[in-house]
Structure formats: structure tokens, C-alpha cells
Design a protein around this ligand. Sequence first.
Ligand code: PMP
Length: 377
Amino acid sequence: MEKLLLIPGPTPVSNDVLDALSEKTISHTSDEFAKIFSSALNSIKVIFGAKHSTPFIIAGSGTLGMEIALTNILDDGENLLVISHGFFGDRFVELGNALGAKIDILKSNAGDTVSFEEIRIKLKENHYSAVTITHVDTSTGVLSDVKRITEIIKEVSSDTLVVVDGVCATGGVEEKMDEWGVDVIFTGSQKAIAVPPGLTMLAFSQRAIEKRKTLKKSRTYYGDILRWIPIIEDPHRYFATPAVNMVFALEKSLEYIMNFGLDNYFEKHRSLSRKIRNAMKLLDFELLAKNSPAPTLSVFKYPEGINDVDFRGLLEKKEVVVASALGELKGHYFRMGHMGSLTEEELFVALKRIIEVLEDMGIKVNKGKTLEIFVES
Ligand code: PMP
């Protein structure tokens, strides 16, 4: 068996998508490329639910997406509210600090969510130019209720811009940017969209673009959306060379997702997460995000007596790669991604390998029942 990459990104990439990377590179201003780029932009709009917003595809990782989001809507010294469910929520604080924003943070305990009431109170206490929400925090596996939080922001402070980090969510969980009233959303290529790392995809609402136009100064050149909008309108134009072959790969994967059906793709993520969690529960692995678990990854707590490094090391020897937990959770939990092109068959094999590792460690497990639960969930 080939090594199965079950970390929460990068995720496994299909051979078709990998083949697209090795196609002959063509001119970035050719008709042929413009067609492929436009098609990918259209699919991105569908995935974000952003029919009336402006999409972007820019070479760089998810962190560039975060940076483009904030540099285009915040002037120095503006108020930013960060809703954090973990490490990647906290990253907005570092970024906001680097940009000179005045930041307030609402932070949950690991695995929990910030309550709607706390958000409402904070929004009444202070006026914020923008609020950031991490749709799925990859350190805790917590899913934010973006729809409800955005409703609250609209009720209390209708001119506050809503920024959503969809890096570990987009494609694996429904996002309806326009309908919910999100102003900026972004994701990365290497998670549920199942393309190697290297692209960030974003969408800006008209309101967010208007805000960019009012900024006193742009603090980004490459990431300035006003420089990219002409290219989005006509991809024959040039601002900075797009990652041509990465766009081929993206278009290939998006074409697959669109043909599979977006709702079916969401359902596949829900189904895989349900199956693996029910099985792991029987093996005494507790899920960290109890109240609002994401369908894209799981953060599992080790039962007493299992050493993190040993467990992951033995599993990797059996060609299954999972990730360590982050921060204070490290050593006590591990993270498993189950998104993108991953199939039920592959996840079933991973579960069998986990059972083998536990048996090798001398732990008694109910193998038959665990496998049955996976199949039947
Ligand atoms: N936000 C979230 C939710 C993420 O999971 C990640 C990456 N794991 C990032 C932002 C940063 O993305 P990248 O590592 O691609 O820069």
C-alpha cells in the first residue's frame, strides 16, 4: 500500500490531479489558460456560495489568504475582533498585530466554542471594523457556526465586515458567503479541495472591495486585490505570473468535485467523519470537539497509557500518517484528517492499521465490533 496521508492537510492527491501538474506549461496569457483559469474561478464561486462576490486564485499558502483578507480591509489602528477556537484563530491575532490593528480576542477552551452571547456582548461593547471566524480550527477540530455568528454581527453591528478562514473547511462543509453575508472568505488548495499546497483561493464581497478602495494606504503589493481584479475580469491580462500548472491541477480537482456534486461531497465528509468517530469511540479514543465537531478532521484523545510518538511512529510504519496535536494538546491527542479525495475504503484500511498498532502495543480491542461499527455507521 502507498503511504496514506491522513494529516489534516496536505491531503491525498489523486493521480489525475497529479498528472495535471506535469502537463506542458503554457503561456499564462493564452486563450487556453484564460479558459482554464476562468473555469476554476467559476467553480470557486460555487464552492464558496459567492455568486455575487469576486473570486481570486493566487499562488501562496492559506496564510497568504489570511494576510490578503486583512490587509485589504483594515487600515492601521482599526479595531478587529478575533473569535478563536484554537491555534489558527490565534494566528489572526499575530497577523492583526503585525498590521497594527487594535485587537480583542474571544477564545474558547480547547474543543469548545465561543458562545453566541459572548460575541453579542463584545460587539455591543466596542465597534469593530472586522470580525474573523475560523470556520474549522485545524488544531481542535471545532466547526464554527458561521451562519449564526454572521447573523449576530449583522444584528448588532451591520457595518462590521465578516472574514471567514475556510482553509480547513471549504469544500468539506457548506459555505454560503452571499446568503450569510460574509465579506471575505479564503481557503487553501491542500485540504478538502485535494490539490497539493501552493494556492490560496479567496472571495471578496462588493462591500469588502469598497472598503479596500477607502484605505489610506495599501500595505501589500502582491496581495492587493485592486491589482488582481483586472486579471479576474480578463485572465488574458497580466499582473503577476499565476502558478500555471497548479491552476491546471486545481481545475482538474474542481471539475471532479462539481461532477461528483457539491452536496454529495459534503455528505461524503459527514459520512467519513461519522464512521471513523464511532469506530474510534469503541477503541476508547475520545473526540476533543464534543459540541461542534467538524466533518473534515478529528482530534482524538489517547486512552491511558498510549504514548503519542510510539503510536504515530508504529502507524507510520504501517503506511498511515496522522498528525500530532498542537500546543497544550500535544502528546495527549492526535489529529486525523478525513477530507478531500479520501475514500471510505482507504479510511477503513487506516482503521484496520490503527487496530493492529493497538494490538501490537498489547491493548485489548474488540476488532470485529469496531470494524462492524465503521461499516454500519
Ligand atoms: N487556517 C487554517 C484553519 C489552517 O488549517 C491552516 C493550515 N493548516 C492555515 C490557516 C494556514 O494555512 P497554510 O499552512 O497553508 O499557510
